[in-house]
Ligand binder design. Structure first.
Ligand SMILES: [Zn+2]
Length: 536
């Protein structure tokens, strides 16, 4: 049988030299030809499989530029109890889930997805409250942002954490006036210390869980995903998943930076399916828990009080300039791309200052230094980033899920309105990607297109203060420009001869539907290297 497939119909290539085509020929997993239907019918083998797209449209498979597949696979499995705001809308439902989860798992339970700003009425739990609720059952509750974990005394004891435990780099254990643990651990170093036992116990399940999670990404049209919390200790599980045929999306790994270490693999590594391309770093934390570094104050509202933020606070960063300098120096000179988590405008300045000095010490063209999420980044800062040759990956779904909270509860229209300002980034000349950030928001590239264009919140409000992007720009942010950020534009991201045949079939041509209706398009099929990995 031939290994050729000929697609005929509406084909959106994301190739500027030929934005549309009538036919696309796939041979041995790669794109062999793009062009007119009559011409390609003549070039296809006699027994090539024909796919008539009908009313559907063929696009490059979506690229999730900032994901967390190896974590999300575990977090969304039965290893943890799912209490995310997209699953449980109200505080009452969350409290019921806590009650049920503790009763069902007396040996210890981890909940994921707490968000007091969306699940209105939830106030941050104290260690005393969790002790009363759970007694000797170790309980850890992960905030939906991933930047805070709440825990009780039993969980602290099991993890070996006491009032005298030193803070991990870039993280801290909150203490009360008497120096006692309050039951809040901030940032990845603290979160991992609390979850270590749970993650280790789940490790043997990771190959299966990862395959299942990647299948869920295929169902929304994603064919390449970055892993922004890669840890080399997961390598055996990744290899096992690959051997079992479970890797139905390409992985681009960003190893988490850590104190005193350098990258665990050489710069040249991997292949088209799995490759480490960079290193993840951090500057500040999450707007939803009060630890982003901003030039403007948090408002005094019921929302800010519920998350324990002092009114008037300008937040905080997790890394000083000196610590940022120390981290970048251990990876960048070896040739690595860096992807830095940063939200607050003052933290953005700190990162840009750090990178400007870094590039003076170690000049490099085409470094593609990445800033991640960039909620409060200003137009002038986007221009400064562009001058440095940097790029931004934007959590555009913040606008949809938290847009009302940003304006009404946290920062007001002036600073909350232009949150995640993709228009300003593009106008500054930056290449931009959109992302959903693992379990923080659902993987939903089609909604990202709509949100980027309309900047409309879940309640239907159009946020003030920033323009929308065009559909062309939005699609590039989910395909070619996202692939470019992953140093993978030579192999995926557009439909061009020689590239891998990673494809998504949408139920209609996105250019024929209103922006608000884009999320309702259906993914009919997804292909990886010409193999169908999802069908509706
Ligand atoms: Zn992330």
């Amino acid at each position: 049988m031939s290994s050729e497939t000929l697609f005929v119909g509406t084909i959106i290539t994301v190739d500027e030299s030929r934005p549309r085509a009538e036919a696309l020929l796939v041979r041995d997993g790669r794109i062999a030809a793009v062009g007119d239907a009559s011409e390609l019918r003549g070039r296809a083998a006699a027994d090539a499989q024909l796919v008539d797209l009908g009313d559907a449209a063929l696009l490059p498979g979506f690229v999730e530029a900032h994901g967390h597949p190896s974590d999300a696979a575990i977090v969304l499995s039965r290893v943890m109890v799912d209490i995310r705001p997209v699953v449980l809308a109200t505080a009452a439902e969350v409290m019921q889930a806590l009650h049920d989860g503790i009763a069902a798992r007396p040996d210890g339970v981890v909940f994921n997805g707490w968000d007091g700003l969306l699940q209105t009425g939830l106030a941050d739990p104290t260690i005393q409250q969790l002790d009363e609720r759970a007694g000797s059952t170790p309980v850890v509750i992960l905030h939906n942002s991933g930047h805070v974990a709440y825990f009780n005394t039993a969980a602290a004891r099991r993890a070996g954490i006491t009032r005298d435990t030193p803070d991990p780099v870039g993280a801290h254990w909150e203490k009360d006036a008497a120096g006692e643990l309050t039951g809040k651990g901030f940032e990845v170093g603290a979160v991992l210390a609390l979850l270590g036992g749970t993650l280790a116990a789940a490790e043997h399940e990771l190959p299966d869980l990862l395959g299942g999670y990647l299948a869920s990404l295929n169902a929304v049209g994603i064919t390449t995903v970055s892993d922004m919390s890669w840890d080399a200790r997961k390598r055996p599980a990744l290899d096992a998943a690959r051997a079992a045929g479970g890797l139905t999306a390409r992985l681009r790994l960003y190893e988490m930076s850590g104190p005193g270490v350098t990258a665990s693999v050489p710069l040249r590594n991997g292949d088209e399916l799995v490759r480490q391309v960079g290193v993840k770093t951090w500057a500040d934390g999450s707007p939803w828990v009060g630890n982003i570094l901003i030039s403007f104050p948090y408002l005094d509202t019921a929302g800010t009080r519920s998350i324990g933020v002092e009114p008037g606070s300008h937040g905080s960063a997790n890394y000083t300039r000196e610590q940022l300098d120390e981290v970048v120096e251990r990876y960048f000179p070896d040739g690595w791309q860096l992807a830095c988590h940063v939200h607050g405008d003052r933290a953005v300045d700190r990162v840009l200052d750090c990178w400007e000095a870094l590039l003076e010490r170690h000049p490099r063209t085409d470094h593609r230094l990445r800033m991640e999420h960039v909620g409060a980044m200003s137009p002038a800062q986007f221009e400064r980033a562009a001058a440095l040759g940097a790029t931004v990956s934007i959590l555009i779904d913040h606008v949809y899920y938290w847009g009302d909270v940003l304006v009404d509860e946290l920062f007001g229209p002036e600073h909350g309105g232009p949150w995640a300002n993709a228009r300003a980034a593009l106008d500054a000349g930056l290449r931009v990607s959109f992302h959903n950030d693992g379990t923080v928001t659902p993987a939903e590239p089609l909604r990202n297109l709509a949100v980027g264009m309309t900047r409309t919140t879940r309640s239907g409000r159009r946020l003030p203060g920033a323009g929308g992007v065009t559909l062309d720009e939005a699609i590039r942010a989910e395909t070619l420009d996202a692939a470019w950020q992953l140093f993978s534009e030579h192999e995926v991201g557009s439909l061009e001869v020689g590239k891998l045949a990673d494809l998504v079939v949408l139920s209609a041509d996105p250019y024929t539907v209103a922006p608000d209706a884009l999320p309702e398009l259906r993914v009919l099929a997804t292909y990886l290297a010409g193999e169908r990995v999802y069908v509706a």
